[in-house]
Write a protein that binds this ligand. Structure first.
Ligand code: SF4
Ligand code: FES
Length: 323
């Protein structure tokens, strides 16, 4: 086992574990953000640089620091390694630059983007972004592209994280889309307006960290925080049939895969469950989905009422003591 210390927290991990995986094992706010790494997809990571960390001690054997920030999702742990994430002001400054870079071509259309409220770039922009752009050049513009009956691509929002490409390669039967061109003219596309058609193609929507790949059956129907997420399941012959259902009263607005605490899909779901089963009668409802209490989605939701009551009574007690 190898010992690694991240922001003062130590853990022993097996050889081959990356710094990001070790940080996730420790948990809490020392975990670096990840816009392209996805633990369920092989060879993901290494594209966006949001997960950078400072290695202040290389290892017990060779304690020299690594002279520049490294991508934690691609850097394996060495025995005795010491890493800084939140505890390094320089590193946070570098991450700010990465976020600024990611936002160079990204439109600020959060008020109308379907991903608002569950967008990792929005969270990063809020935490590290500048309030003004320093970019003088013309931004890239693209027409919106229909890639099949269910998915619409807004290339202007894409950060080229490659997750959708890996989903198509590893989860579906045949990949017909990918990254075309190189450098600042790279884009996600199907070569000749091809249709992304496959029982599992809808999963590209769930892995997209921004609002570039959108679900045509849900687009512009509601803001995510106005809907009620519920765990539900059905008997499905293609996938496990376990989903999160997004309701407005009794109307099923959206079906998505269930996600873990890192925002990653737990089980891939098929297009039938995602796009074709929009009737409550199709599903067995298990109960409200547990949503991180810091997420805007959980604002005013009933599953948080007990903790809210607890908070209020704590505050009342403190006030009573002061008086
Ligand atoms: S469309 Fe979304 S998932 Fe695909 S590369 Fe762009 S940002 Fe990543
Ligand atoms: S998450 Fe590590 S480079 Fe993108």
């Amino acid at each position: 086992m190898l010992k690694v210390t991240i922001d003062g927290h130590s853990i022993e991990v097996p050889e081959g574990t990356t710094i990001l995986q070790a940080a996730r094992l420790i948990g809490g706010d020392i975990v670096p953000p990840a816009m392209c790494y996805y633990s369920k997809l092989k060879t993901s990571g290494g594209y966006c640089r949001t997960c950078i960390v400072k290695v202040s001690k290389g290892s017990e054997k060779d304690p020299r620091p690594i002279p520049k920030p490294v991508a934690s999702c691609r850097t394996p742990v060495a025995d005795g390694m010491e890493v800084q994430n939140k505890s390094s002001a320089d590193l946070l400054e570098s991450r700010k630059a990465v976020v600024e870079f990611l936002l160079i071509n990204h439109p600020l259309d959060c008020p109308i983007c379907d991903q608002a409220g569950e967008c990792h770039l929005q969270d990063l922009g809020f935490e590290h972004g500048l309030s003004k752009t320093r970019y003088d050049f013309t931004r890239r513009v693209f027409n919106k592209i229909d890639i099949g009956p269910y998915i619409k691509l807004h290339m202007t929002r894409c950060i080229l994280c490659y997750r959708c490409v890996k989903v198509a390669e590893q989860i579906t039967d045949g990949r017909v889309h990918g990254v075309l061109n190189r450098g600042d003219v790279s884009e996600i596309s199907t070569l000749i307006e091809n249709v992304v058609e496959n029982d599992f193609s809808g999963n590209v929507i769930d892995v997209c960290p921004v609002g570039a790949l959108t679900d045509k059956t849900w687009r512009f129907k509601s803001r995510v925080w106005f809907s009620k997420p519920m765990d539900a399941h059905r008997n499905c012959t293609k996938c496990k049939g376990e989903v999160t259902m997004w309701l407005k009263a009794d109307e099923v607005l959206r079906i998505s895969a269930r996600k873990d605490k890192w925002g990653e899909v737990e089980e891939w779901i098929c297009n039938d469950c995602r796009f074709e089963k929009k009737d409550l009668k199709d599903w067995v409802i298990e109960g409200p989905t547990a949503i991180d209490k810091h997420s805007v989605i959980s604002a005013n939701h009933y599953e948080n009422l007990s903790s809210l009551k607890l908070d209020i009574s704590k505050q009342q007690n403190q006030l009573n003591k002061k008086n």
